[in-house]
Design a protein around this ligand. Structure first.
Ligand SMILES: [Zn+2]
Length: 259
């Protein structure tokens, strides 16, 4: 699943194409959106801003209209020079926004909706999100409030995936950041100090920001994620893997040096 850094990276690529211009064309090939009339509703309106919160992306238009997207497991954003070959089939495109000689495309997007800015502020799926792990200034106080208000018997690794506690972390960065901060993801929230919880986020932030800024998408240099049975880069013990939380997402950790 795309995590916050992938979404921020997509927004960074879209901004120079879309911000400040009226798109030449907006196309919604998905039959599901055929009757939404977005091209008509957005005609003549400039894109004022492209921004993100965790795994959510917002295309903001003049006149207080917002296209809200969440990619879930399968979706992807792409920016192509007009006429270039796409890496997914055109029939999988849900939204195409053409401007400045480029096509901004959302593929396989399960959550794509046009709403007013007011509704986007009151919608619980958006308003209920925890602080964005990639915000310019991470809201530590709110993160700790949300963490402490939640079930204290839950594992910290599971809690960090809850977007209402911190937005933008997914399974890869959660495992990597727990390893980076040397915290066992199975420790209960109750047994993790504020300093330790903040240390996990502090480990994730610079690495995720670097991934979002990278000119080319490349495999993260992973220490534990998807490395079950291989030696821990820090202590040499074999990396363990087991499903965690209600969603049973596989977490990877070193049982030797993560305490
Ligand atoms: Zn280790």
């Amino acid at each position: 699943m795309p995590e916050g850094d992938t979404i921020l990276r997509a927004a960074n690529r879209m901004r120079p194409v879309l911000e400040g211009v009226v798109p030449d064309e907006i196309v919604t090939p998905q039959p599901r959106h055929a009757r939404d009339r977005w091209p008509e509703r957005l005609r003549g309106r400039a894109v004022t801003r492209v921004d993100t919160h965790g795994k959510h992306l917002f295309l903001r238009f003049e006149g207080d209209l917002v296209l809200h997207s969440h990619l879930r497991m399968t979706g992807a954003w792409a920016v192509y020079r007009h006429g270039a070959r796409w890496r997914r089939a055109p029939r999988r495109a849900w939204l195409i926004v053409r401007a400045r000689g480029h096509d901004v495309v959302e593929f396989d997007g399960p959550v794509l909706e046009l709403m007013t800015a007011g509704r986007s502020r009151s919608d619980q799926r958006i308003a209920g999100l925890g602080p964005d792990v990639l915000a310019d200034a991470f809201d530590e106080r709110r993160f700790l409030q949300r963490l402490r208000a939640d079930d204290p018997t839950r594992g910290i690794g599971d809690a960090l995936l809850d977007q209402r506690i911190v937005a933008g972390l997914g399974n890869v960065w959660k495992a990597e950041a727990c390893w980076g901060a040397a915290i066992d993801p199975w420790r209960t929230v109750r047994d993790v100090s504020d300093e330790e919880a903040l240390a996990v986020v502090a480990d994730a932030r610079p690495r995720m920001l670097a991934a979002a800024e990278a000119p080319r998408r490349h495999g993260t240099d992973r220490h534990v994620y998807d490395r079950a049975g291989r030696p821990c880069p820090r202590c040499g013990a074999p990396i363990a893997a087991r499903g965690q939380g209600d969603d049973n997402r596989t977490t990877f950790w070193c049982p030797e040096c993560q305490a």
